[in-house]
Write a protein that binds this ligand. Structure first.
Ligand SMILES: Nc1nc2c(ncn2[C@@H]2O[C@H](COP(=O)(O)OP(=O)(O)OP(=O)(O)O)[C@@H](O)[C@H]2O)c(=O)[nH]1
Length: 579
């Protein structure tokens, strides 16, 4: 088993290594092709070689190969064919970094096909991608390419923008690219008619490019400086700069720039009022073939020739040159207009996109704010609900507590705490009311008073707690004998009263007897001590002479003391003989 795992690991490692080796090798082949792409013959040879090993390519490598094939077609002037390669490369959804390169080449092809709108569309897509590139070197390079493309589209604000962006990657850029970014920046200043800025920028690019071994860009910068002086009417200075840059261009046989300098020199000599020299340079330019690349120079030369003819008094010829100049001017203007329109359209569309994103963001912000508000409202409602519920519960508890307290204090005020029967005040009040009713009704009202015998002895012998127990037990047994309507009251320490409505003397006496017997029968054994409990009773009943309850109570009290005097544990009924 272990051997199997080892074998699989070794094989995996081996296959992985071989694949990595293959992939690196294929990358190397593509690197070679990229280097040789300008050399048409060598590039063709390498492409046919690669065609054999194409099947081993990763998707990214396939896209890169298509990009290089398209680039070769672009260099050879087959713009439409190049676009097919670029589209195929794009359809493989390559990495961002490769996609950026595809976009740049597509834009170049569109510019060459004078399809400015498409070029600008691709470039604006590219500008969205390029900002996310991780590789700073590539990022800087792409900014420079974009500046160059915008320059060919005469979108000078963009040239300025991207050359400035590129300059921020100074230390990541090659000297050549730094030199180019400086030149683009200077040209944008000139074209935007910022002449002072253009002078210092061209001086900067001229010095930097010459010192670092790029004399051709140095010559272009010198030409730029000359154009600034020509614009200012400093013809002698312009002449010196144009001649200097012409010498450099001639070393490199850079014909396009040589032609441009000739046109500019014709204009300069016209300014210097040297018609022969001006005519010499203008004639050279006019003799150039009627190709698109020469139209701009020819337009300058025609204008110079028209002016020279006018100064010489040859108005017919001046008119003819003027007409030719106008034709060229219109052609160039059309092209400029087309570029400007395309640029404006791209800018507008870009603005629309930005506006759309802005609106979407606003919508999202609004939505988030609304959601937060709703959540806040919901929370407030919840809080309110909890507050109301809380208040309700607190108030209810408060009300319950109040009722309980009230009841407690009412009980405390009405009942005796130890025995639970009416206290003297309440019991006597209630009895008084009942007595009044009974006397109105003409029925008897009886009072039984009783006092425990030798209660002090119980307290002294068995303790106060035992005394309390006896008091409660007595109330318990007497309560059993009470009828509903009887008012049982603790009258004082160990003295009690039983007020009995609608009760005659005999009945009261019987009740008193029963109560006495019940008290005597109280079993004390279980309290831990054995002793007898007894009470002395006094009974009195209302008479027609009684105006209140008090005399009846007094008579019952007299009878009760009779019971005490006659040996206790007995019932005495009040009778007038007794007193
Ligand atoms: N344990 C207890 N003792 C009480 C209470 N109220 C009064 N007493 C006691 O009851 C006793 C009453 O004693 P006395 O007035 O001398 O009467 P007595 O001992 O019952 O004697 P006679 O009434 O003459 O039979 C006192 O010792 C009081 O302290 C009470 O609520 N609990």
């Amino acid at each position: 088993m272990a051997f199997k795992i080892l074998l699989v690991s070794v094989l995996t490692y081996f296959v992985g290594t071989v694949e990595a080796y293959d992939s690196e090798k294929l990358d190397g082949i593509l690197d070679n092709l990229e280097e040789a792409i300008i050399d048409s013959d060598r590039a063709s040879l390498l492409i046919s070689d690669i065609d054999n090993s194409k099947s081993k390519f990763s998707v990214e490598q396939k896209a890169r190969f298509l990009l290089l094939q398209g680039t070769r077609e672009l260099i050879n002037g087959n713009y439409k064919k190049s676009l097919i390669y670029f589209e195929n490369a794009e359809s493989l959804h390559p990495s961002n970094s490769l996609q950026v390169s595809i976009f740049l080449q597509q834009a170049t092809a569109y510019v060459s096909l004078l399809e400015y709108q498409k070029a600008l569309d691709v470039m604006s897509l590219n500008s969205l991608l390029v900002d996310n590139l991780k590789n700073m070197e590539q990022k800087g390079k792409v900014y420079i390419r974009l500046a160059g493309l915008y320059l060919s589209l005469q979108a000078y604000e963009e040239v300025k923008k991207y050359s400035l962006k590129a300059s921020r990657f100074k230390e990541k850029l090659s000297l050549k690219n730094q030199c180019h970014s400086k030149l683009y920046f200077a040209v944008s200043k000139l074209k935007l008619n910022k002449l002072d800025g253009a002078t210092s920028a061209f001086k900067d690019s001229s010095e930097f490019c010459k010192v670092n071994g790029f004399p051709l860009v140095g010559a272009m910068s010198m030409k730029g400086l000359g154009m600034v002086e020509l614009e200012r009417g400093n013809y002698l200075k312009a002449l010196e700069l144009f001649v200097g840059s012409l010498n450099n261009y001639q070393i490199f046989q850079y014909q396009l720039e040589i032609n441009h300098i000739h046109a500019l020199l014709a204009e300069t000599y016209l300014g210097l009022k040297q018609p022969l020299k001006a005519k010499e340079y203008a004639s050279f330019v006019i003799s150039l073939p009627n190709e698109t690349k020469n139209l701009e120079f020819k337009e300058i030369a025609m204008k110079v020739m028209s002016e020279l003819s006018y100064q010489a008094g040859d108005y017919k010829q001046a008119y003819d040159y003027f007409v030719l100049h106008q034709d060229l001017s219109n052609t160039l203007l059309d092209d400029t207009k087309a570029k400007a329109n395309a640029y404006q359209m791209a800018k507008f569309e870009n603005g629309e996109k930005t506006r759309e994103i802005h609106l979407l963001n606003k919508d999202r912000e609004l939505y988030t704010a609304k959601a937060e508000l709703t959540e806040l409202q919901r929370n407030n409602e919840r809080m309110m609900f909890l507050l109301i519920c809380g208040s309700f519960i607190v108030l209810t508890l408060f009300a319950i507590n109040m009722t309980l307290q009230k009841r407690k204090y009412k009980n405390l005020a009405q009942f005796d705490v130890l025995t639970g029967i009416y206290n003297r005040g309440t019991g006597q009040d209630k009895a008084e009311n009942r007595y009044v009713k009974d006397s109105i009704s003409g029925v008897n009202f009886s009072v039984i008073l009783f006092d425990l015998d030798h209660f002090k002895n119980i307290n002294d012998s068995y303790g106060h707690a035992m005394g309390d127990w006896v008091l409660k037990k007595v109330c318990e047994v007497v309560s059993i004998e009470c009828r509903s309507g009887d008012i049982f009251t603790r009258f004082g320490g160990e003295e009690f009263a039983l007020f009995m409505s609608n009760t005659d003397n005999d009945t009261a006496k019987k009740v008193a007897e029963k109560c006495r017997a019940q008290i005597l029968a109280i079993e004390t054994r279980y309290s831990g001590h054995e002793f007898t409990i007894s009470a002395s009773f006094g009974v009195a009943t209302s008479t027609v002479k009684d105006l209140s309850l008090d005399p009846i109570i007094q008579r019952a009290d007299v009878a009760m003391y009779q019971s005490k005097e006659h040996g206790r544990d007995r019932v005495s009924v009040y009778s007038s003989e007794v007193t």
